[in-house]
Design a binder for this molecule. Structure first.
Ligand SMILES: CC(=O)[C@@H](O)[C@H](O)COP(=O)(O)O
Ligand SMILES: NCC(=O)COP(=O)(O)O
Length: 237
């Protein structure tokens, strides 16, 4: 079964827009899980442009499904994750000023660095996932890092699929097969949407989790959050 983890960064973007607490991020997480989502994902960035570090601590007590915290493992991030102990941490190599995540790890160049951080999270009972481009050599490097899972970075697939190029799925299918062969769990995310999710899911064997935020929140502006979540769950079934 492929789990839907809803990334609530953009709920926090809206909340921060006026400096108040509407929409309330905690209430949103509670309701999103009530609507059937099997996880909540957040990506607190160093500039706290949307999700704040305080949100991460506050969410711990209300996430009854799976709690996934994404981010670049700087000292503050590592300390926070070790204190909160979410179900999963997803390491992303984002630059501080990146407008959004735009690349996976070079799992060879940063292999030793990743191995050390991953082993610390695993020692603390936190499942690890690392954000990777759909390149076989990066999957092989990920396996060497000791991570439990990879998260396939799906922006290129989403962009090409939008243009009608369904062949863009091929590297993802190949990398998923390699990941399974190497004993890695498979997550995926970035720019997945109601339009592309079923095709993606049908072509990725052993897909354990998708984390979806930007498109889902935008679709909810027109269709409503509960209806959109139920639509994703139907397409992932
Ligand atoms: C790693 C990933 O793809 C998501 O965390 C994405 O980066 C969301 O971040 P923003 O909501 O800041 O775009
Ligand atoms: N890891 C991907 C994620 O959490 C959400 O990415 P997006 O759907 O906001 O592009």
């Amino acid at each position: 079964m492929t789990k839907l983890s809803v990334n609530i960064n953009k709920i926090a973007t809206l909340r921060n827009a006026r400096g108040g607490d509407v929409p309330n991020v905690i209430d949103a997480a509670i309701n999103i899980q009530k609507f059937g989502a099997q996880g909540i994902t957040i990506h607190p960035r160093p500039d706290e442009r949307h999700i704040r570090y305080k949100d991460a601590y506050d969410l711990k007590s209300v996430v009854s499904t799976e709690f996934n915290i994404e981010g670049n493992p700087n000292e503050k991030f590592i300390k926070m994750v070790l204190e909160i102990k979410p179900d999963q941490v997803t390491l992303v190599p984002d630059a501080v000023d990146a407008i959004t995540s735009n690349a996976g790890w070079d799992t060879h160049k940063h292999g030793e660095y990743l191995k050390e951080i991953i082993s610390e999270f695993k020692r603390n009972g936190i499942r690890t996932s690392i954000f990777v481009d759909p390149e076989i050599s990066m999957i092989e490097g990920a396996a060497a890092s000791g991570t439990d899972r990879i998260e396939l970075y799906t922006e290129e697939f989403a962009t090409q699929f939008e243009k009608g190029n369904q062949n863009a799925i091929r590297p993802y299918t190949k990398c998923a097969m390699k990941a399974s062969e190497l004993g890695l769990g498979i997550n995926a995310g970035h720019d997945l949407s109601l339009n592309n999710i079923r095709f993606f899911k049908e072509n990725i064997p052993n897909l354990l989790e998708v984390s979806i935020g930007h498109a889902l929140i935008c679709e909810s502006l027109y269709l409503g959050l509960e209806k959109v979540i139920k639509e994703y769950l139907k397409k992932l079934a």
